[in-house]
Write a protein that binds this ligand. Structure first.
Ligand code: BGC
Length: 767
């Protein structure tokens, strides 16, 4: 009797709710109405979630714990799955289809639970921003935050409400293709970029109109894949895990990341998707993460491939018991979990807890009160002028100037510029990998940008040709999206003529800009490389161009450090613009002609040769302290360009280092200040960086560790005193001797400068 009355009243509420929705009126489901304070929000979330949990069948709970990829063939229609109460779809970006499926879930499923739509909004949705490694090269967390905020706005307008980003895996091996998706090698820079991106995606609080649920990934240690080979196992000592690989995850959790994705590989012999210690002891017990955990693609089923789970049923039980709340794509939960609950391998309480977390996040995101989007409005919110401008500014701030002999850059605005290279006019490549919802037609290539610039500079002429093509390897997993272009030059004769034509253009021009690097599918997932040289005949083209005697600018497009050792001493200017995104061509034209000034710094050490990898500045110095760069018989072990390095069109001096105190307490802080002066003739940016080294402790400490930075803009001749606070807590480390993280008193060196090779030095003590 009571139950049927309740069902009737729910039906009444549901009818009222759907009437409002179909009338296009603002939706506020009275059952799920969102309260205004976050405390109230938690209470209300708990009321709604606990109410639902009481009503849900085991099958409905397992439905919520399942995520289905709609780019895969389906045996059950997506509508039917929505009706049955699947928790999430991924890889669907059409606003009308998203809205339709949401209507089905909310209106036709028994409990009216909204779906959550996931997608890899890694560096933009329709408008593409510079790849994450480039955003880190800005050394300006605000740049990363704003780019991800703009990406969130577009994605939400299309109905996507969950991104699988940021990727915060520390990557110290340039062979690993996914180095492009993170912030590089350093835990401090990585942590600052992690929290900035979480704030960018989610906004102040989860649930605002443009708030996109973030998913920090891949927990943990994926970046240490052996040999840089994607998906390979990682063997990481506790010391490295706590001090290098985990800090960006902790920062993302502290910044409020609503979800977390586990990694594919074995970490020290245990698959990340079945790793109790990572998911319980670290994530829940130590860091108090209260969002939900999703596996990576098929990673639950893969537990059998690892030689970890005996079969699918065992995989389901182990994953859910380890703490994987939602399974991505493989149907092991759907097919096996109910039996595992019935035979007691998984407790009902464990399932309830997973569902509780998922529903709570859906509630916090506002999906219960506002599940739909305005489909008509969506197109006008894509690739707006505001988005384009933000993409261009981010690209300008991410560029790193590696060399500029005789101030060849910025280029003069008169004369003939030869624009040469396979990447000059590639609409796909300029966006980089993980640009899955982008439309190539929206991209501004380097050639487009240069033509736009020339149009307002009549004394300037651009001539262009590709010269060589990049030989593509095996088809990438994203070829469906960005089908590899067919080679234009089919025969050797055609190729030779094109090469010669390019060199003729260089000879007949005043300056040549060679746009070289990797095609977009050469970095990202499943795109590791065993070499770092410029692929194909690009190096030969570069050498032939230099041999003409004309001034040459090498403009790099890349998702990882490349072997440009020859270029570093033969090519007059080298500008790295990474994959700059949708408006990249305009950014590059502005940078080349001095309308914008490069001020980015490398977020990763740049090797001389692939054999140096893994390469990073924060190493522990052992033995022969006076000769740290001679660790190879056949070459230097120093980087070609150090971490933190980058030039400018202007010149800065940095000095007068002062410290607010010479000692600090283990719970205190000191403020370092130094004077920065722009002694050049144009306004430009400098990044002030602080590095420390602990001289002695319970464990060896890295030669240098980044502990603070600030990017400042100074007018020509301007002088600024830059202050950076160093908290003692930032000096804490996890010691393999004490098995805990603490600040160990002692003497510290401190350097301030504009790269990890900073020379202005002082010392301080922690007591
Ligand atoms: C990748 C994840 C990604 C997921 C969904 C996986 O193969 O490792 O980073 O988020 O696919 O696209």
């Amino acid at each position: 009797m009571y139950a049927s009355a309740l069902r009737r009243s729910t039906l009444f509420v549901a009818i009222a709710f759907f009437t409002l929705a179909s009338a296009g009126l603002p939706l506020l489901n009275p059952v799920f109405a969102a309260p205004t304070t976050s405390e109230g929000n938690d209470v209300a979330a708990s009321r709604v979630v606990e109410g639902l949990l009481k009503k849900m069948t085991l099958e409905e709970k397992i439905g919520q714990m399942s995520q289905v990829a709609l780019n895969q063939p389906q045996t059950i229609s997506p509508e039917e799955q929505a009706r049955q109460g699947v928790g999430s779809f991924l890889f669907i970006t059409d606003p009308a289809r998203i809205n339709h499926l949401q209507h089905v879930a909310v209106e036709q499923s028994r409990l009216h639970i909204p779906l959550i739509f996931g997608f890899d909004v890694i560096h933009g949705f329709r408008t593409i921003y510079p790849v994450p490694l480039a955003l880190a090269a800005s050394w300006d967390p605000k740049v990363a935050e704003h780019a991800q905020h703009m990406a969130a706005r577009e994605a939400r307008a299309a109905g996507v409400n969950w991104t699988f980003a940021p990727m915060v895996d520390i990557a110290r091996d340039a062979r690993w293709g996914r180095i492009m998706e993170g912030a590089g090698e350093d835990p401090y820079l990585g942590a600052r970029m992690a929290e900035a991106q979480i704030h960018g995606f989610q906004g102040e609080t989860l649930g605002g109109p443009d708030s996109l649920l973030a998913c920090v990934k891949h927990f943990a240690g994926y970046g240490a894949a052996v040999g840089g080979r994607d998906y390979e196992e990682s063997n990481i000592s506790d010391e490295q895990l706590w001090n290098v690989y985990l800090p960006p995850f902790e920062a993302a959790v502290d910044a409020g990341s609503g979800t977390l994705m586990t990694a594919y590989m074995d970490l020290n012999g245990v698959p990340a998707a079945g790793n109790n210690w990572l998911l319980h002891d670290v994530l829940r017990d130590k860091w108090h993460f209260n969002g939900f955990v999703v596996s990576d693609w098929d990673a639950v089923k893969s537990l059998t491939v690892h030689g970890f789970a005996a079969d699918d049923a065992d995989a389901a039980a182990r994953a859910v018991n380890a703490g994987i709340d939602m399974e991505m794509t493989s149907h092991v939960y759907r097919d096996q979990l109910a039996a595992a609950v019935k035979d007691g391998r998984v407790s009902q309480a464990t399932v309830d807890e997973a569902v509780r977390r998922i529903l709570t996040v859906k509630y916090r995101l506002g999906l219960f009160s506002s599940p739909y989007i305005n489909v008509e409005e969506a197109p006008s919110r894509m690739v707006t002028q505001e988005q384009r401008t933000a993409s261009r500014l981010a690209a300008e701030r991410s560029a790193v100037l590696l060399r500029n002999e005789n101030q060849i850059l910025p280029l003069k605005t008169s004369g003939t510029v030869a624009l040469i290279g396979p990447l000059i006019d590639s609409k796909a490549d300029i966006m980089g990998s993980w640009s899955l919802a982008a439309h190539q037609a929206d991209s501004v290539t380097v050639l487009d940008g240069m033509k736009r610039y020339t149009a307002s500079h009549p004394a300037l002429k651009i001539v262009s040709t590709v010269g060589v093509e990049i030989e593509r390897g095996q088809p990438s997993i994203f070829d469906e999206q960005f089908a590899s272009p067919k080679p234009k030059f089919a025969t050797d004769d055609q190729r030779q003529r094109e090469f010669a034509h390019a060199i003729e253009l260089v000879k007949s021009s005043d300056v040549a800009v060679l746009v070289l690097g990797e095609s977009q599918d050469m970095s990202g997932e499943r795109a590791s490389r065993s070499t770092l040289t410029l692929p194909g005949k690009q190096e030969q083209l570069l050498e032939a161009a230099v041999a003409t005697g004309k001034p040459i600018v090498l403009l790099l497009m890349n998702g990882r450090p490349l072997d440009i050792t020859w270029a570093s001493s033969h090519v007059a200017a080298i500008l790295d613009d990474w994959y700059p995104g949708t408006d990249g061509g305009n950014a590059i034209a502005n940078l080349l002609f001095g309308e914008a000034v490069p001020g980015g710094k490398l977020p990763v050490s740049w090797p001389r040769t692939v054999g140096q990898e893994p390469l990073y500045y924060g190493e522990n110095l052992t033995q022969i302290p006076d000769a740290p760069n001679t660790r190879y018989w056949d070459g230097s072990s120093a980087p070609l360009y150090p971490f933190g390095f980058g030039l400018s069109y202007s010149t800065f001096t940095l000095g007068n280092l002062k410290s607010s105190a010479s000692t600090m307490h283990t719970t205190g802080s000191i403020t370092m200040s130094c004077d920065v002066t722009n002694i050049g003739k144009i306004a430009a940016d400098e990044v002030v960086q602080i590095y420390t080294h602990q001289r002695a402790g319970s464990a060896s400490r890295p030669v240098r560790e980044l502990k603070g930075f600030k990017r400042v803009t100074l007018k020509a001749g301007e002088h600024q005193t830059v202050s950076i606070k160093v908290d003692a807590q930032e000096l804490a480390f996890w010691s393999p001797q004490t098995h805990k993280r603490s600040v160990e008193p002692g003497v510290f060196d401190l350097w301030v400068g504009n790269s990890s090779q900073a020379t202005t030095h002082t010392t301080f003590a922690v007591k």
